[in-house]
Design a protein around this ligand. Structure first.
Ligand code: DC
Length: 227
């Protein structure tokens, strides 16, 4: 693989994409792009504006105008919106919900995909819902991570609890199910498994076990390409 290496990681929420994406980026010395945080930043921009979140045209136009940046190392990535650090703010429940809603708007997707291609073209590990299908359909290696809903909700619950201790497990589970359903059934770029993706079910596996499987798969693909 002489061209810059592009690794796509897609999957539903709580499938381990962020943790594994960060670990892989570190291991391979590549840029890490968490595309979900970009949709989250757009959602926050909508919340802070006078725009109605149901107004697709206005939300799409805002998405194409706002400045969103991902800075820093994989483990300490900072997300900025118009230069302001919003890394923590974009993890709120309200932003989580709205990011799923506004990410179904085609104009929002067009704006984000264009930026993601620009950011990733020199090599990156990207995670999201449409990386292997839409953003980089020619990615060198595509992973589709998944796990049973109970386990994914458990991971989300632990994560969310550090931000908001009033959320119950049942609420997290219901919210996650609703969001996954929306992300997988929208018309534009729904969450689907790319034809050539390696599907990894992490149920019952440790993060390290999944990471090792991903590294082996990347090595195998690199060898195949060389021969
Ligand atoms: O990965 P996440 O939970 O931070 O993503 C937040 C929302 O953004 C998610 O509900 C769906 C959307 N998203 C998307 O539509 N496409 C992507 N590539 C990444 C995220």
């Amino acid at each position: 693989m002489s061209h810059p290496l592009i690794i796509a990681i897609d999957g539903p929420s709580g499938s381990g994409k962020s943790t594994l994406g960060r670990m892989l980026a570190r291991e391979l010395n590549l840029l890490y792009i968490d595309t979900g945080s970009m949709y989250r930043a757009v959602a926050l921009a909508v919340m802070e504006s006078s725009i109605n979140s149901n107004d697709d045209v206005a939300v799409g136009s805002l998405a194409s105008r706002v400045s969103i940046d991902l800075r820093g190392e994989p483990d300490s990535m900072e997300v900025t919106l118009e230069g302001r650090d919003v890394t923590e703010e974009i993890r709120s429940e309200e932003v989580t919900h709205l990011s799923s809603v506004i990410s179904a708007i085609p104009a929002v997707r067009r704006a984000m995909v264009a930026r993601q291609r620009e950011m990733g073209e020199r090599g990156a590990v990207l995670n999201g819902r449409d990386i292997g299908t839409v953003v980089f359909p020619n990615a060198d290696v595509k992973f589709f991570l998944t796990a049973v809903p109970e386990e994914r909700a458990k991971r989300r619950f632990v994560e969310e609890h550090t931000h908001d201790s009033s959320v119950s497990f049942d609420e997290t589970f219901a919210d996650m199910a609703e969001r996954d359903q929306r992300d997988a059934t929208r018309i534009d770029s729904p969450l689907t498994v790319a034809e050539d993706a390696i599907v990894l079910d992490s149920t019952g596996l440790s993060i390290d076990e999944v990471l090792q499987r991903m590294i082996v798969a990347i090595r195998e693909r690199s060898e195949k390409r060389k021969s």
